[in-house]
Design a protein around this ligand. Structure first.
Ligand code: ZN
Length: 109
């Protein structure tokens, strides 16, 4: 989350989404984009992101769409879990207005 100004909604705490979805929001071009919800469990709390399904398929070729759940590392148990995948997925994402994002069908939490 980072504070930024949306042209439609003013100051918002921007959230991360896939580059295609961020571009579609800014250009109002949301046709034929299949949305996938990513849920990440990290530091004992859940975070949620919405991306286009093709974005996730880049990292998870066999992903069937809908929802993906990742678990971050467990320090106590010394397990890496999905940490490397989470880092890759998040590092390719871009910031977008959360209100614009919530107006997309399928991207409502
Ligand atoms: Zn907005």
């Amino acid at each position: 989350m980072k504070p930024a100004i949306c042209k439609k909604h003013g100051p918002q705490r921007f959230t991360l989404t896939s580059p295609l979805l961020a571009k579609a929001i800014s250009e109002d071009g949301l046709d034929n984009i299949f949305i996938t919800r990513i849920r990440i469990y990290s530091n004992e709390r859940w975070s949620e992101y919405f991306v286009d399904n093709e974005y996730l398929t880049r990292f998870l070729p066999n992903h069937s769409g809908g929802e993906a759940v990742f678990k971050d590392r467990d320090v106590a148990k010394r397990r890496l879990n999905d940490r490397l995948l989470i880092m890759k997925v998040l590092s390719g994402m871009e910031y977008a207005c959360p209100v614009c994002l919530s107006e997309i069908p399928g991207a409502v939490s």
